[in-house]
Write a protein that binds this ligand. Structure first.
Ligand SMILES: Cc1cc2nc3c(=O)[nH]c(=O)nc-3n(C[C@H](O)[C@H](O)[C@H](O)COP(=O)(O)OP(=O)(O)OC[C@H]3O[C@@H](n4cnc5c(N)ncnc54)[C@H](O)[C@@H]3O)c2cc1C
Ligand SMILES: *[C@@H]1O[C@H](CO)[C@@H](O)[C@H](O)[C@H]1NC(C)=O
Ligand SMILES: *[C@@H]1O[C@H](CO)[C@@H](O)[C@H](O)[C@H]1NC(C)=O
Length: 429
């Protein structure tokens, strides 16, 4: 059954086949919604743009929705990641787009299945992130790396006292920690809901102010094969996360491995008066603690490379095993976590890309070769966001939208498309 959410008066009378450009975006996670937003920014030459977003679960239905929401442009040894500055700045831009949509929100303008979309809570916690150092060897490398940072995401070396000033009772193993004051803790589902609302608002605005016809539709529908979409679209952008492998067109052809991660939510019990200060940072260590408010925290994450289970629900066995693994790691730096109460666990499947000279980079590009029989539509892949989807989604979504609109893969940096030279892709086509 097709369920169309959010049809608007402004556009509902226009027959869909009048679109001058029609795009399908498969998946409503970080990747899909970023692409949708950026396609709207490039709509100037289309008199009637239509973007259909398909997701079998809904917004943030898989990895994006369960992620820890930790956002900063550095590796575990605090080296600037590939295009770290671009990625960081595009994220800030997209976050403010989402924040503005939340402010401008008209009740009802957000998808109806969003009962969990609590409007009082902000999307972003600007509390910074603190990374502890766990071994002597790493500490030396980190201190060296921390000399170089990008302009608007500083790195500060702290000793134990300074670190404990930020987080009372923090355990600081080697009397040293790296503090990223501008790093962010995002509430992933809030953010995605707001980003979708921003897309709808933008469509309405183009519709009202420039009498352009722009549609953004979300279909809660599973796509089982790309054939279903053949002939309907100028381009199909595939942003299915770890499930991209389930499409017959891609099965066994992409250089991706899956890795399941469990995240536990813990709350401070009602009788405890020790709230976590709003200026105290989230914590990265052998486990991470992403503080989502004064009394609630996400603790992650496990790394199960043998699992292909993409279900976000976690059974009791899996959840207690995850707690057994994560609690000792988290309490090694933040012992007070033992006083928090377990609320629930959720899980997601990461789509892990191959390692390149630039690190583990997402895989992007035109994938028409995998689609047979050939048809006029262009097919694009945005996958392999690994464990840093939040950092990559905005910048790469922008680049990919540009490639899609200009029909030109060369717009993409070659390190993102070089996976197409790999045997697993070339020899399986
Ligand atoms: C436990 C965990 C913690 C993480 N923490 C962080 C973090 O703190 N910071 C960070 O940057 N990254 C983090 N990540 C990584 C990040 O979550 C991912 O890189 C990112 O979510 C991938 O986004 P995506 O849009 O590519 O995929 P997804 O979020 O998986 O989105 C794919 C969407 O496609 C839909 N879909 C799939 N198949 C179909 C189909 N056949 N038909 C229709 N719809 C379909 C799904 O329902 C889903 O909504 C974490 C990951 C995990 C697992
Ligand atoms: C945990 O805390 C969050 C945020 O304060 C709150 O919304 C939620 O209801 C709490 N859950 C339980 C079971 O106490
Ligand atoms: C995936 O995990 C869920 C929750 O733990 C469980 O109910 C389900 O049976 C698992 N599915 C597979 C295919 O293992």
């Amino acid at each position: 059954m097709k369920t169309m959410l959010n049809a608007r008066m402004c556009i509902s009378t226009i027959p869909a086949n009048n679109c001058s450009a029609r795009y399908a975006v498969l998946g409503a996670g970080f990747a899909g919604l970023s692409v949708a937003w950026h396609l709207l920014q490039h709509s100037s030459k289309d008199s009637h743009l239509c973007i259909d977003i398909y997701d079998e679960v809904g917004i943030g239905g898989a990895a994006s929705g369960v992620s820890g929401g930790l956002l900063h442009p550095y590796s575990p040894k605090v080296k600037v990641l590939w295009r770290g500055e671009d990625c960081w700045n595009e994220c800030l831009r997209l976050l403010s787009v989402a924040e503005r949509a939340l402010e401008a929100r008209v009740p009802d303008s957000i998808s109806q299945d969003s009962s969990f979309f609590c409007m009082d809570e902000p999307i972003v916690c600007r509390r910074g992130i603190l990374r502890t150092m766990m071994t002597e060897k790493n500490a030396e490398i980190m201190k060296e790396n921390a000399r170089t940072c990008i302009e608007n995401c500083n790195l500060e070396l702290l000793d134990k006292d300074a670190a404990q000033n930020l987080v009372p009772r923090l355990h600081v193993p080697l009397n040293a920690a790296v503090y990223m004051p501008q790093a962010l803790s995002i509430r992933p589902t809030h953010y995605l809901q707001a980003l979708f609302a921003a897309c709808k608002n933008q469509a309405d605005e183009l519709c009202v102010s420039f009498s352009k016809k722009v549609e953004v539709n979300l279909y809660k529908e599973s796509i089982d094969t790309l054939c279903e979409l053949a002939g309907k679209y100028n381009a199909v952008i595939i942003c299915l996360g770890a499930k991209v492998d389930m499409l017959p067109e891609f099965s066994g052809k992409l250089p991706l491995r899956t890795c399941r991660g469990v995240v536990a939510q813990l709350n401070l019990s009602a009788h405890s008066r020790d709230e976590y200060g709003c200026n105290s940072p989230s914590i990265l260590s052998d486990a991470w603690l992403s503080f989502q408010g004064p009394r609630t925290v996400l603790m992650g994450s496990t790394w199960d490379w043998s699992s292909k289970n993409y279900s976000s629900s976690v059974c009791e066995d899996e959840s207690s095993m995850a707690l057994q693994e994560l609690l000792p790691k988290a309490s090694a730096v933040y012992p007070s976590i033992r006083e928090w109460t377990f609320i629930r666990a959720r899980a997601g499947l990461r789509a892990m890309p191959p390692l390149t000279n630039f690190g583990s980079l997402p895989i992007l590009g035109c994938v028409n070769d995998a689609v047979k029989p050939k048809n006029k539509c262009m097919y694009w892949l945005f996958g392999g966001l690994g464990s840093r989807g939040l950092l990559y989604h905005a910048f790469l979504g922008k680049l990919l939208a540009r490639a899609v609109v200009s029909d030109d893969e060369m717009v993409l940096p070659p390190e993102l498309t070089s996976w197409k030279q790999m045997k697993v892709w070339k020899y399986n086509l």
